[in-house]
Design a protein around this ligand. Sequence first.
Ligand code: IDP
Ligand code: MG
Length: 140
Amino acid sequence: MERTLVMIKPDGVERNLIGKVISIFEENGLRVVALKKTRLSKEQAKAFYIVHKERPFYESLTDYMSSGPIVAMVLEGENAIKKVREIMGATDPKEAKEGTIRKLFGIDKEKNTVHGSDSPESANKEIPFFFSEHELIAVD
Ligand code: IDP
Ligand code: MG
């Protein structure tokens, strides 16, 4: 079993897609072990995306990610990290496969509705960014 950090980004929350997005993950066998709605400050968004600090989209991305509420969750399942990335689809919704969350709901390459950890190392940093150990309720 593996755990990964997922966010529903401000464009998804704003368009009332929380339930639809979580349903897609659940239908694919992933289980929710932690869940919260919150809002990132600009500083928190910059910290979360620090690996992208040299990229041209860093300022815009962190403005956007702090522009409205998000939903953060930890999902668990076999190969959860890779599975979530497949279910989300490519970063740019125009390039995402049919049926993926970003193809279904993404607006553009920035406002692409969901985030998912890209590796075990990322998940190990991103999960504690939002959740303390006692908030992670193991699936039985
Ligand atoms: P990922 O979310 O598919 O892993 P990354 O390359 O890690 O994609 O980029 C992180 C986030 O930064 C993306 O999900 C998207 O919101 C934003 N982003 C990535 N590339 C661009 C771009 O070229 N223009 C605008 N925003 C971008
Ligand atoms: Mg990434």
